[in-house]
Design a protein around this ligand. Structure first.
Ligand code: NAI
Length: 335
């Protein structure tokens, strides 16, 4: 019987929290042989609703669920944490400017970063979902301090990656397992670069480049636009933002980080830019790259040729992340 690992979900009573906790408890991330303690962090007013979710968890009778610990105290939540899904964040309200949003979220990710640095295991994997995800992750890492390293942190661009797989598969009438090597570069925002220029698809007559199977002009135009604005389209249609697909993306990103990426493919993960500054992206921000993961070690896929259109986008999204960082650092008075 395995020793339980401690898995933290923040914003657990929210809509992504509700969609993710049952799948984690069932074994979709850490496997069906791994026992789990769920540490569920919420703000005080949401604890009664969270209690309802916990009743439902019990009623599912998941064999791997060793314990459930609801709390509004970050220090309790992150104690001995092995894996954290940081989903709770302050939503953008009407008329709120960007610096106010960064300040509100900076406050949340400062407190959580400090608690993670002090109380989580040094091997912890922290996946930031709450928006603006890349910059929230940067703030969290900053306040976690030097006892944790780059390899402890990532932000979620997997929903955009999965959206690309889904859309290419739909256009070519194949299942998504036939599509490989899509890339999301940069920020989880409208400047993200949805790059299918290295992607392949397995069709009835063999493996082909997606550039060719679909028109390049569409892939760099209307297709990329559709992926980058998909969140808004879901809100318009559903009257609420993506929840099941966002939860699924967090599950797949953490699972690949924990268990390794599949042979012959890569995934997109926003990570602290490594020291060797791949593709000329400067250190000091959380930027999404194509990565492979082997036994928990994340490595950026190097040496891909990027055309001028993609390169221009990569620079623009880097500039946006630098500007977001500056605004957040100013709001939080970080020197
Ligand atoms: P929601 O509003 O349904 O739930 C958020 C929950 O967080 C609420 O229950 C709230 O009480 C809680 N919360 C707020 N402050 C907290 C704190 N300091 N500590 C603990 N919990 C706290 O929102 P939803 O739909 O679940 O989305 C959560 C976040 O995920 C949003 O920021 C959203 O923009 C982001 N998101 C990110 C995606 C990505 O691809 N990176 C995709 C979809 C959503």
């Amino acid at each position: 019987m395995s020793t339980p690992i401690n898995v933290v979900i923040t914003g657990a009573a929210g809509q992504i929290g509700y969609a993710i906790m049952f799948r984690i408890a069932k074994g979709d991330v850490f496997g069906c042989n791994q026992k789990i303690n769920l540490h569920l962090l919420e703000i005080e007013p949401a604890l009664p609703a969270l209690n309802g979710c916990i009743m439902e968890l019990q009623d599912c009778a998941f064999p791997n669920l060793a314990g459930v610990f609801p709390t509004a105290n970050p220090e309790e939540a992150f104690k001995d944490a092995d894996a954290c899904f940081l989903i709770g964040a302050f939503p953008r309200k009407d008329g709120m400017d960007r610096s106010a949003l960064l300040q509100k979220n900076g406050g949340i990710f400062r407190v959580q970063g400090e608690a993670i640095g002090k109380f989580a295991k040094k091997t912890v994997k922290v996946l930031v979902v709450g928006n603006p995800a890349n910059t929230n992750c940067l703030i969290c890492q900053h306040y976690a301090g030097a006892s944790l390293k780059n390899e402890n942190f990532s932000a979620m661009t997997r929903l955009d990656h999965n959206r690309m797989l889904g859309e290419i598969a739909a256009r070519l009438n194949v299942t998504t397992d036939k599509v490989k090597k899509v890339i999301v570069w940069g920020n989880h925002s409208n400047t993200q670069v949805d790059d299918a220029s290295h992607a392949t698809v397995e069709l009835a007559d063999g493996v082909k480049a997606v550039y060719g199977a679909l028109p390049q002009a569409d892939l760099e135009g209307e297709f990329a636009q559709k992926i980058a604005t998909r969140g808004g389209a879901v809100i318009k249609a559903r009257g609420a933002s993506s929840a099941a697909s966002a939860a699924n993306a967090a599950i797949t990103q953490m699972r690949d980080w924990w268990c390794s990426t599949p042979e012959g493919d890569w995934v997109s993960m926003a990570i602290p830019v490594p020291d060797d500054e791949p593709y000329g992206i400067k250190k000091g921000i959380i930027y999404s790259f194509p990565v492979v993961v082997k036994q928990g070690v994340v490595e950026v896929v190097k040496g891909l040729e990027c055309n001028a259109h993609i390169q221009a986008g990569m620079k623009k999204t880097e500039d946006e992340l630098i500007a977001e960082k500056q605004a957040a650092y100013e709001a939080l008075n970080i020197q």
